[in-house]
Design a protein around this ligand. Structure first.
Ligand SMILES: Cc1cc2nc3c(=O)[nH]c(=O)nc-3n(C[C@H](O)[C@H](O)[C@H](O)COP(=O)(O)OP(=O)(O)OC[C@H]3O[C@@H](n4cnc5c(N)ncnc54)[C@H](O)[C@@H]3O)c2cc1C
Length: 303
């Protein structure tokens, strides 16, 4: 019986592992190795890295830190969590593990425009996926905001605070409603919808139907995301309307002993939030587990 199984080895799961091992708890981290953070070419808002850090480098450092304190990390795609009498059974294919507590840190995945160039465009900054993270880096540049007309107005307005040249690039022919009017009033250039996105050199472009390509320094697509909360929902956790897990102030789902942290939880999707969730969940799980005195009898224990 393991004290805590952590599912997911991104910033959230790796931080939880470091905390739990430093509480002298046994813990196993199961990871499918597809962290959203690996897409980050360079993060400049991650605390402690004034010169920036790539997602891969950050993950490498966090894995080293977790392993330094004895975390066992296994490659696995978990497909079920089942509450049992004394905790949880976690399954990945034919493999089974048992733990008193489970912390789910499985993140989400962004829906991306079609095209085999997308990964390259993200790597060079021609396409960006998180304006809270990196809009500062494209201040005063030509910014495109791509996605359904109803969804992009609010994001275009947010980005208008960074640049005087913001184009809304609707993927459909909707008029975008009030949020589009607000964006236009603030100076966003609203293009004809239903055009195509392209990539060449180190720039993305948008070609409206029957029009000429507009070359942009960067494009933010807003096409939604796919949650990984399905296994938690099957186990009995409650999800919000966006499919993200609802937790209490201790990061616990409505199933006692099942925690959720990071992007899989309803809230702001940021590394600093994910590691904050991890500290809260790991500390609560530790305090809720049976007390174990170290190196001798606990004060007040019987003979
Ligand atoms: C291009 C880009 C740039 C970004 N820039 C920044 C930035 O500058 N600053 C910032 O704060 N944030 C940034 N973010 C957001 C940041 O990457 C996420 O908030 C962060 O990675 C969330 O961490 P997490 O641990 O919750 O999830 P993730 O990092 O996504 O990790 C989840 C892990 O769980 C694993 N997993 C999923 N399902 C299972 C399963 N069933 N079984 C086992 N393992 C599973 C996945 O394979 C993955 O390894 C950026 C994101 C992107 C895409």
């Amino acid at each position: 019986m393991i004290d805590v199984i952590i599912i997911g080895g991104g910033p959230a799961g790796l931080t939880a592992a470091t905390y739990l091992r430093r509480f002298h708890r046994s813990c196993l981290l199961l990871d499918a190795r597809d962290s959203r953070a690996r897409w980050i070419p360079e993060s400049n808002n991650c605390p402690g890295f004034p010169q920036g850090v790539s997602g891969e480098e950050l993950l490498r450092r966090m894995r080293t830190q977790a392993e330094t304190f004895g975390t066992r990390i296994e490659h696995a795609q978990v497909d079920a969590i089942v509450a049992v009498d004394d905790g949880f059974e976690v399954a990945a294919g034919e493999q089974r593990w048992h733990a008193r507590r489970v912390i789910l840190a499985t993140g989400l995945s962004d829906r991306l425009p079609g095209g085999d160039w997308v990964e390259q465009a993200v790597a060079c900054g021609a396409m960006r996926l998180c304006s809270v993270c990196d809009a500062y880096e494209v201040s005063d540049q030509r910014i495109g905001v791509y996605g359904p007309a109803d969804a992009i107005g609010v994001h275009a307005l947010f980005l208008r605070a960074y640049s005087g040249t913001v184009y809304a690039l609707p993927s459909d022919s909707g008029d975008g409603g009030q949020s589009a009017r607000d964006a236009r009033d603030a100076g966003v250039q609203w293009c004809a919808g239903g055009g195509s996105l392209g990539f060449g050199g180190d720039k993305c472009s948008y070609t409206p139907p029957g029009g000429d390509p507009i070359v942009l320094d960067t494009v933010y697509p807003y096409l939604g995301s796919d949650t990984s909360a399905g296994i938690a929902a099957k186990a009995g956790a409650r999800l919000d309307d966006d499919g993200e897990i609802i937790v209490d102030a201790d990061q616990q789902t409505r199933l006692p002993g099942l925690y959720a942290i990071g992007d899989v939880v309803s809230g702001l999707n940021q590394i600093s939030v994910a590691v904050g969730h991890a500290a809260i969940a790991a500390t609560h799980a530790h305090n809720a587990l049976p007390f174990v005195a170290r190196g001798g009898r606990a004060a007040g224990a019987g003979p």
